[in-house]
Design a protein. Structure first.
Length: 116
């Protein structure tokens, strides 16, 4: 499985961005896709995940209320809509595929920078 993340950029605080993650190479219906982020000097943090066949996303604390994950199965693409962005949201955002409870495939990351 190969993942291609895109959509990052520079945005002012309070603004919005939508990240995309396109998957190729064969996903299983039991797979989950998730978004993580890593800020400079910090550990990688879970943001949000969703099953490829289910309907209920699950959010990390940092994403609740401001971020929304969605998917387009026909396009093998997952989206992360980020609203009301804050400077502390600045990080490299990664998408990943979870298989059998382990995130085994990772995209290359896309930089999100939120200016104050």
């Amino acid at each position: 499985v190969q993942l291609q993340a895109s959509g990052g950029g520079l945005v002012q605080a309070g603004g919005s961005l939508r990240l995309s993650c396109a998957a190729s190479g064969g996903l299983f219906s039991s797979d989950h896709m998730g978004w993580f982020r890593q800020a400079p000097g910090k550990e990688r943090e879970f943001v949000v995940g969703i099953s490829w066949s289910g309907f209920s996303p699950y959010y990390g604390d940092s994403a609740k209320g401001r971020f929304t994950i969605s998917r387009d199965n026909a396009k093998n693409t997952v989206y992360l809509q980020m609203n009301s962005l804050k400077p502390e949201d600045t990080a490299v955002y990664y998408c990943a595929v979870r298989r059998q409870q382990v995130y085994v495939y990772w995209g290359q990351g896309t930089q999100v920078t939120v200016s104050s």
